[in-house]
Write a protein that binds this ligand. Structure first.
Ligand SMILES: [Zn+2]
Ligand SMILES: [Zn+2]
Length: 182
């Protein structure tokens, strides 16, 4: 399995080592960070002052023609985004295109008036990236709040989960990895 990480517009480099490590562990994947790509401006909603995540995800799917049996795409965007009917989301994924997307904007402690904490920030990114990539393997939301596939409504939910999957999700993932990679 190969995971392509696509920085969309400006993403500061410091996050990628932890991200690579976390994703390699969970998905036994080879992780490649590609060149930065511009954002599709139609995705910006001027009234909401947020990006429409679906438009960015579709754009990634159009741009990256991948082999879904052995490749995945994860876009990283450092801007706030939403989807219908949610006011904001940490990430979005589409298993049909094998593309996923994570926004960094609301994962920073500073967004909530807290002081900067790189370790916490990076751990949130890894967890949300595992979550969205998990969806590309058709993993659904998990009821175990410690599992990365548990839905995060807030960063408190994200902080409660681990940067890994519960046993049930791990089993589902490995059966799908076996089927897909073969
Ligand atoms: Zn989800
Ligand atoms: Zn789980």
């Amino acid at each position: 399995m190969k995971i392509f990480i696509i920085p969309i517009e400006m993403v500061r480099g410091g996050i990628f080592d932890d991200l690579r490590r976390g994703l390699t562990q969970v998905f036994s994947a080879d992780v490649e960070i590609t060149a930065r790509r511009p954002i599709t401006e139609e995705a910006y909603d001027f009234q909401r002052r947020q990006y429409y995540a679906n438009a960015i995800l579709d754009d990634l799917a159009d741009e990256f023609i991948i082999d879904k049996k052995k490749e995945r795409v994860l876009g990283i965007l450092d801007a706030d985004m939403h989807t219908d009917p949610m006011n904001f989301i940490f990430g979005l994924a589409n298993h049909k295109t094998a593309c996923s997307l994570v926004s960094l904007a609301r994962l920073r402690p500073e967004f909530y008036g807290r002081k900067e904490d790189k370790r916490l920030f990076h751990s949130r990114i890894v967890k949300e990236a595992i979550h969205e990539l998990g969806h590309t393997f058709r993993l659904g939301h998990c009821t175990d709040w410690r599992c990365a596939m548990h839905f995060s409504d807030s960063v408190e939910d994200t902080d409660a989960k681990k940067a890994g999957l519960c046993l049930a999700c791990r089993r589902k993932l490995s059966s799908r990895l076996l089927k897909e990679v073969r």
